[in-house]
Design a protein around this ligand. Sequence first.
Ligand SMILES: [Zn+2]
Length: 85
Amino acid sequence: MAAKKRKKAKAVACVLCGTGTLKRGLTTVSLTGGNTTLVVKAVPADICKQCGEPYLDESVAQWIHERAESAVKRGAEVEILRYAA
Ligand SMILES: [Zn+2]
């Protein structure tokens, strides 16, 4: 009796809730450093269908990180950007 191989085409599950699958979409990312708050809209990410946690591509995260550093250097209190690759 050959055991059936159950090969589930498992989508990458969310590490936060453990059950949600990720779906490509756009999200808003906000981060705070010191006195600076940076908000980036329309950020492409893999978003958990279950809990809504966004997973950013490395290049996107890098882009946001650079903008955040620049905003902190300029001493901006609040900066709102729209993501543009
Ligand atoms: Zn999740």
